[in-house]
Design a protein around this ligand. Sequence first.
Ligand SMILES: Cc1cc2nc3c(=O)[nH]c(=O)nc-3n(C[C@H](O)[C@H](O)[C@H](O)COP(=O)(O)O)c2cc1C
Length: 336
Amino acid sequence: MVVDGCPPRLPLTEADIQRQLDRRRPGQSHLTTDRNEADTVTILSGTENGLTLGTPIALLVPNKDHRPGDYASLKKVPRPSHADYTYQIKYGIRASSGGGRSSARETIGRVAAGAVAEKFLRERFGVEIVAWVSSVGEVDAPEINVAFIDRATVDLSDVRCPHAESAERMTAEIVQVKAAKDSMGGVIACVCRNVPAGLGEPVFGKAEALLAQAMLSIPATKGFEIGSGFAGARMRGSAHNDPFVPKDGRLGTLTNRSGGVQGGITNGEPIVFRVAFKPPATIGQAQDSVDFDGEPVTLEAGGRHDPCVVPRAVPIVESMTAMVLADLALIQSLRR
Ligand SMILES: Cc1cc2nc3c(=O)[nH]c(=O)nc-3n(C[C@H](O)[C@H](O)[C@H](O)COP(=O)(O)O)c2cc1C
């Protein structure tokens, strides 16, 4: 992947990027796909002596553990709820294994580039972005304190839920669903702290609109809500409004149902949002469907697949967030 537009003289080494790639990589625990990739990144250009040059940064992560033969049985059959049918209709041809560009393998680029954006945000503003798994299937973790949650706490469990009891129940669910050759969905919550007020462009480039677009571009996402989200639709204004209060020499808000964004512009409060992920489509269980010719088939997909994508999608959500905020910060820096 190539990251263009990164400011010069930013300290950046492979270690900054590798940390997040390790949290995304397949085969990291018994809750993910059994495919095992090291996903080791090399910086090919754009830095010298550990500093960015301001020129494009090229990053390379090789594939190692691929088995194209696993997909032979899928050649004539579009997987229900995957992208085989739509890619075929769009291009009249498609990659013969692993979903090609619709495979979540492409999210390596997002995570590597996001790590660069995150380094910029941290160095320049002290921004902290932390995502975690807030539900898996029907198991909901209780609300957590977004002021203190950190990645070390999130990573205490393989499922990446910081509430230990919920993490255990989520783990049991995923283990069960994997054994049953089925899959399940979940929700990732995310907080961004120390984001300067004033980021986000009126009308079409609103901070929450760009975050929603970024999140819904992640494979397998089905929903996005910021602040009070859909629950806000059930409330009255008198209960929903966030009263202003003096805070550290500026105006802050007492509550944060806005989720840190008002009028599409960050207000200096933590940005808080949630992203819903569906159960991944490729399952080993027998499914009745039809092949590309419309003939009935019973599909039992082979290959190695994630029973639930949310544990691995946590760094992807953080990375997409970092790219949106870094872009908005760079745009805002032109104004001052
Ligand atoms: C981290 C991650 C891992 C994924 N692993 C799988 C998988 O093993 N099998 C699968 O069918 N889909 C998997 N997906 C989802 C597919 O990439 C996605 O469903 C597909 O591209 C179709 O796009 P859509 O679901 O957004 O419509 C994964 C997604 C993410 C974010």
